[in-house]
Design a protein around this ligand. Structure first.
Ligand code: SOE
Length: 390
């Protein structure tokens, strides 16, 4: 039976715009879905670059005003891949127009903005999804199955580490990533939001945090037109401006279920390009996963006879692992881009089934609440209960 068309409007054509376009273009070929996405219209803040992007990725048209995408009756899904400060206004407008929302993380730059987005989406009854894509790495989804099956038991410790190094050079320009008003925070928002999302998914809610934040480079040259995530671009100005976000954030976390955990996020881990790592220690077993070897899950089963115990590495690539059966054969590993396909298929299926998909904007609210508690803790040099953030 022919699949139904579903029309996508993309807002933001940078790194995430590319990753999403790849998934929308191909998801219905790899996975069973009722829908076949149509790449209808896209927008970015830089019209010259958008035209290049539109042609390359086969979007039907381009616009220089994102509001016109939301006004169009034929658009079903608003894909928010723009910088974080734009998310809230777009998501609220999209919800009010009855569009389904596929939004990049973190949800917004403040807790208040995230709440407004989630409330608007719930009120409109649309499907809303927040793309913390690492939940849909097969090894991570499988870790969740092991935890839910009781194979790890009571969880004593969580350790979430997210390390990058693309801004160590003090001449890396002052892109939107370094401004609180535009990004919400530094690695705390960009990277640690992923770790907090994974911790909430795998372990549970966080009650209180004690955090220290540090900014190593307090001013940077103003950016040229092509400066973007990971790239300094072709022109950097002589003039400098202030950085008002963290370059590193370290957090001790107390979880509702009694787990004691920690989070380390930094953009100053020289040599670490995208090291997103988690460790979970329980009374029946332990788990370790690192995105740099994303197809492998390390599992220690403490219920095995003592002489046979040790960490084993599971290659999460066989047909009985989450999502893996739709890709290649056992041992044929997948990559970063595949996680966007997994998000896209689950999103399309949620629209078909009328179901609730997670993580969604409500999870975004819960995540940002933890991040804001961490900022408060670092500023006030004290332990902060997450419930203090109103
Ligand atoms: C940049 O730090 C970034 O693209 C993040 O924004 C993403 O969420 C992460 O997956 C990779 O790094």
């Amino acid at each position: 039976m022919a699949k139904k068309k579903i029309n996508i409007g993309l807002i933001g054509t940078g790194f995430m715009g590319r990753a999403h376009s790849l998934a929308w273009l191909n998801v219905s070929r790899v996975f069973d879905t009722d829908f076949d996405p149509v790449l209808k219209v896209c927008f970015s803040r830089n019209p010259d670059l958008t035209r290049e992007f539109t042609e390359k990725w086969g979007w039907e048209t381009v616009t220089d005003d994102w509001r016109t995408i939301i006004e169009r009756d034929d658009i079903d899904v608003i894909d928010i891949s723009a910088p974080t400060f734009m998310h809230s206004e777009i998501a609220v407008a999209a919800a009010e127009a009855g569009k389904h929302i596929f939004c990049e993380k973190p949800a917004a730059v403040t807790y208040a903005q995230a709440k407004a987005m989630a409330e608007a989406a719930e009120k409109a009854g649309v499907v809303h999804y927040l793309n913390h894509n690492y939940r849909r790495v097969p090894a991570v989804t499988y870790a969740k199955h092991l935890i839910d099956d009781g194979r790890i038991g009571d969880i004593f410790h969580w350790r979430g580490t997210y390390l990058q190094d693309w801004v160590v050079d003090p001449n890396f320009p002052l892109t939107w990533h370094f401004k609180k008003e535009l990004a919400g925070g530094g690695p705390l928002y960009d990277l640690n939001s992923h770790s907090v999302d994974l911790a909430r998914y795998l372990v549970g809610e966080i009650d209180a945090v004690t955090a220290v934040q540090k900014t190593f480079v307090t001013e940077r040259p103003l950016p040229g037109k092509r400066a973007a995530t990971f790239t300094s671009g072709d022109e950097v100005s002589e003039e400098k401006g202030p950085v008002d976000i963290d370059d590193a954030s370290f957090i001790i976390a107390e979880f509702e279920r009694g787990t004691l955990g920690s989070f380390n996020s930094t953009r100053f881990a020289t040599g670490r390009k995208n090291c997103n790592e988690l460790e979970i220690y329980g009374n029946k077993g332990s788990l370790r996963w690192n995105f740099e070897r994303m197809n492998e899950l390390e599992f220690f089963d403490a219920t095995r006879p003592a002489a046979e115990q040790g960490f084993k590495t599971i290659s999460v690539t066989t047909g009985n692992h989450p999502y893996a059966g739709n890709w290649w054969g056992p041992g044929h590993i997948i990559g970063y881009e595949n996680t966007f396909f997994h998000a896209a298929v689950d999103f399309l299926n949620a629209i078909s089934d009328g179901g609730v998909l997670t993580p969604n904007l409500n999870d975004g609210v819960a995540c940002i609440r933890v991040l804001e508690a961490a900022i408060k803790s670092s500023e006030e040099k004290r332990r902060v209960a997450v419930a203090e953030i109103k």
